[in-house]
Design a protein around this ligand. Sequence first.
Ligand code: GDP
Length: 317
Amino acid sequence: MDKNAKIYVAGHRGMVGSAIVRQLQSRGYTNIVVRTSKELDLRRQDAVERFFAEEKPEYVFLAAAKVGGIIANNRHPADFMYDNMILEMNVIHAAYENGVKKLLFLGSSCIYPRLAPQPMPESCLLTSSLEQTNEAYALAKISGLKYCEYLNRQYGTDYISVMPTNLYGINDNYHPEHSHVLPALIRRFHEAKESGATEVVCWGTGSPKREFLYADDLADACVYLMENYSAEDLGNETVNLGSGKEITIKELSELVAKTIGYTGTIRWDAEKPDGTPRKLLDVSKLERLGWRYKTELSEGIRMAYDDFLHGESRAER
Ligand code: GDP
């Protein structure tokens, strides 16, 4: 990518999109185009077509998505499918119609089967049933990555896709019910510490295992792949993006409690869903391509907690 190339980052207000913008800026890219969802509703095909025809971006990072944790996904499957499917199709198709040189599509590790072999290689996609709690989201993401592959195959485009593990970091969503586990725990333990509560309730049994990647590490990997690899180099197949390390939710809750300084007890509410038992990505392809994560979980949680505290003070102003 030329440093003056016009690069559209879709979803720049979100955790992933904002990290990609920071990463591009730090690498000296000067011509980054963004739109808020108010300015451009990516679910409107005509608006997306007009935007691409007017702006003619050369590169696209597709980080816009409707995202949420296990409860949000489980309760609103229709919304998760519709919003994600339609915005992906609109953006990827408009990119193709307007000659975008290269596009990077961000998926999620939940695209892999519920009982996939662990760690999960890219090749286990579509080999058995999905996890029920986020099937709708997964189907939309599988469609997006397949659409990129089909365009490459049929029209010779260069659209790559990456499948990140569970992400966390700056600009995360700290909604008490709808967020993912890590931001939810940061908020809950912080509030317990502030109020002097002696017990915090977490969801499920605490026994599922998850892998986490700091959003700025993810952004670094995305820009690295855009700069160095084409879809052809990647065998026209997606690339897993993760740390390759997993931790139980129980261990995670203890780590978050320690970072925040909460010293009370932790109780588990087994009425809430556990979701898939494990989802560790096989990152050997990524490592072969020359990339490895940088931020350890304990350090990342500290930085995320700092950002959460700044967010709180921003909201109070
Ligand atoms: P998942 O990775 O798609 O299952 O999504 P989540 O990040 O929402 O949940 C990961 C795991 O953390 C699940 O086993 C949840 O039951 C567990 N968990 C424990 N406490 C919480 C919480 O407060 N919020 C969320 N979202 N998950 C929690």
